[in-house]
Every structure is written in C-alpha cells, then in structure tokens.
Ligand binder design. Structure first.
Ligand code: SAM
Length: 347
C-alpha cells in the first residue's frame, strides 16, 4: 500500500518518476532496418487488433495516475504515433491534465506536415522528427519504405511554422550504413534553428542483428564534427537529460547539437522514464524483458487509488540499469541479450 505521504516516489536507486513515454500504436509505415526490419515485421506480422489498444480515455486516465505520482512530461511515440487516428484529440485530452508541463511527440515525419497545426493547437509543445540521412539512397535503404528525404524536410518546416520549434531531429548512426551522412546532416542543420541529435545505434534484441562494431561512439561523432566546426559542451537543460549538448563555438547562430550515448555512456543513473506499451503494459526500462499489465485492472474497474498503488509499487521495486550493466559486461565480452521491440514501447 502506498500512502500519498510517501511521495515523491523513488525507485531502489533513488530515481524519481518524471517522464512517461506512451506508445500509442505498434504500427509504422517505415521498416527501418535497425528498428522494425521487414524480415520480422513483414506481411505476416500480426499487429495488435484495435480492441487491444488502450483507448484515449484509458490513456488519459493512466496519464492522470502517473501525473499524481510525479510525472511531468509526456512523450507520444510508437510505432508511428501519427498513424493513430485523431491523435490530436488525445493530445488535447492529455493537455488538460493538471501537473503535466510538457507534451512532446516523436515521429518519422511522414504524416506530420498535414497534422502539425492541429497538434500544436491541441497543446503539443515539441516534436522530434527522425531522419537518418540527407541522401535519398541511404535514407530509403534505411527506412525500407521508399520514403524520400524531401518529405521529412517538409515536415520539419511545417512543424516549425506551426510553432513546434525548435524541432529536434534524431539521427541513428550506424557504421557502414549512414556514418558518411553525419557531416552533411550537421552542415544542413547548422543555422536552421533545429537541434540535430545523433543517437548511438542500440541493440533492440533479436530483431535488428545488432553488432557492437556498427556503433559509432558519440565521442567519435563529436570529434568528427568538432574537427570541422569547433564545439563546446553545454550544461544539461534539466536533471536526467539524455542527450549531451554541444554548441558551435563561434556564436554566429549556428546553434547546437546533441549526442545520445546510450551504448558507450549509459545514463541509467539519471533515468526517470517509464514506458507504456499500446496495449497498456508498463515497462520500467527500454530493455525490460517484460512489462506489467495495467489494462487488465483498468478494464476490470480498478479505482484510481488502486492504479496509483499498483504503479507506485512497481516503481519502488525498480532496479533497472540494463545499459550500464551491459556496457560493463561488453567490456568482458559477455553480453546479456534481451528482447525489446521499439514498436511496442517506443524509442
Ligand atoms: N516512428 C517514430 C519515429 O520514427 O521517430 C517513433 C518511434 S521510433 C522507435 C523512436 C526513435 O527511436 C526514433 O528516433 C528512432 O530512430 C529511434 N530508434 C529506433 N531503433 C533504434 C535503435 N536500434 N538504436 C537507436 N535508436 C533507435
């Protein structure tokens, strides 16, 4: 039993619960080779039937429960969150929750140009758009859906025009695949007002054939870009920020970049994020092997207080520091393999 007096909630490593990532669908139009490769998520892959997805009302109720336990930031993800019909209605419902200070969304950009204004009007504050190269051949080989770069750039511009600026742009870097795109991407987004973030290619379990030698360490990316345009570190904007920030040293409006070194410099100690899968399972780590069912209790009439106690108990037992342990073990050539599907709990 959790008494509200025990708030703020902390897990076994004294980490508070601050952020909730909500995966609103397991579906995506892209088949990014590092995330939802076609060999696995092909024609015969069975996605969740609609009735298994949490409804907007259920999602809002759960978000309220999480807000009462300390969550202040929500991020909608997927799968591709803009594939969820009327997702802007969900944004508006979430924006009405007292204590939620920030709602963001991560998207591949395919449907963003047409939705940016409605999303901003509904209360979305920020958007992150994924783009792994400016070169069509490289990008299309990665998204495996024939989707061109120009459409993503249009989406970024539309989001910015709709007031969702600065847009964050996520680039996953995989050696031998799009490593050559790092400098052109940096050049393109300098002076754009958008913030480009380079993400180390992560092992998402058995689905993407991950190999350590395909990870381009964040330090290498910083030294590559810094060799061209000198960089200096910027202090984190808030406790627990996952990206390490750098700005171009000559303050001529070139802006800043970020690196997310989940593999080489894991940030488990500062991780305040919980993740909700489309069918209502709560994961306390991106790499958690299994989640905790919240849809069952929700649909069988659990009270808000009962849900609060369930979530609080899960968080207080939380011990996860998967990436940290894996980095230690990788050093000793031992690897722990667990399965995670980004389509279920979002990146
Ligand atoms: N469909 C949306 C999109 O494309 O942004 C949201 C879901 S996607 C899983 C969220 C983020 O996770 C994207 O920026 C994606 O590039 C990143 N991601 C997916 N697989 C990854 C991997 N193996 N390593 C690092 N980042 C990954």
């Amino acid at each position: 039993m959790i008494a509200i007096a025990e708030l703020p909630l902390a897990d076994t490593l004294a980490r508070p619960l601050r952020d909730l990532r909500i995966s609103v669908t397991d579906r995506c139009q892209f088949r990014c080779t590092y995330c939802m490769p076609r060999e696995v998520f092909g024609r015969n892959f069975v996605f969740l039937p609609r009735e298994q997805l949490l409804t907007f009302e259920e999602l809002t109720r759960l978000a309220q429960v999480f807000a009462s336990l300390g969550v202040r930031k929500l991020r909608l993800t997927g799968g591709e969150p803009l594939l969820r019909r009327d997702v802007e209605r969900l944004v508006a419902m979430l924006a009405g929750i007292r204590d939620i200070q920030d709602i963001a969304l991560t998207t591949n950009g395919a449907l963003l140009a047409g939705k940016a204004r409605a999303l901003a009007a509904a209360g979305l504050r920020r958007v992150t758009v994924s783009l792994d190269s400016l070169d069509d051949t490289t990008f299309m080989a990665l998204n495996d859906a024939g989707f061109p770069v120009a459409r993503v750039l249009e989406a970024i511009a539309a989001a910015s025009d709709a007031g969702l600026a600065p847009v964050k742009v996520n680039m996953v870097v995989r050696r031998g695949v799009n490593g050559q795109s790092v400098l052109p991407m940096a050049a393109h987004f300098r002076h754009s007002g958008h913030v480009l973030r380079f993400i180390e290619y992560m092992d998402v379990g058995t689905t993407n054939g991950w190999r350590l030698d395909e990870v381009v360490p964040a330090a290498e990316i910083i030294s590559l870009i810094g060799g061209q345009w000198p960089l200096e570190p910027v202090a984190p904007a808030y406790h627990g920020e996952v990206a390490s920030r750098y700005r171009y040293r000559y303050r001529d409006g070139a802006g800043e970049i970020g690196v997310i070194a989940s593999v080489t410099q894991p940030f488990c100690r500062g991780c305040t994020r919980a993740r909700l899968s489309p069918e209502g399972r709560l994961y306390t780590c991106l790499f958690a092997g299994s989640g905790h069912d919240l849809r069952g209790p929700l649909r069988s009439g659990a009270s808000d207080q009962a849900l609060r106690e369930q979530v609080a108990a899960i968080w207080m037992r939380r011990t996860d520091r998967y990436s940290e342990l894996r980095t230690l073990q990788t050093g000793r050539t031992q690897q722990v393999k667990r399965k995670v599907e980004m389509s279920h709990i979002g990146g």
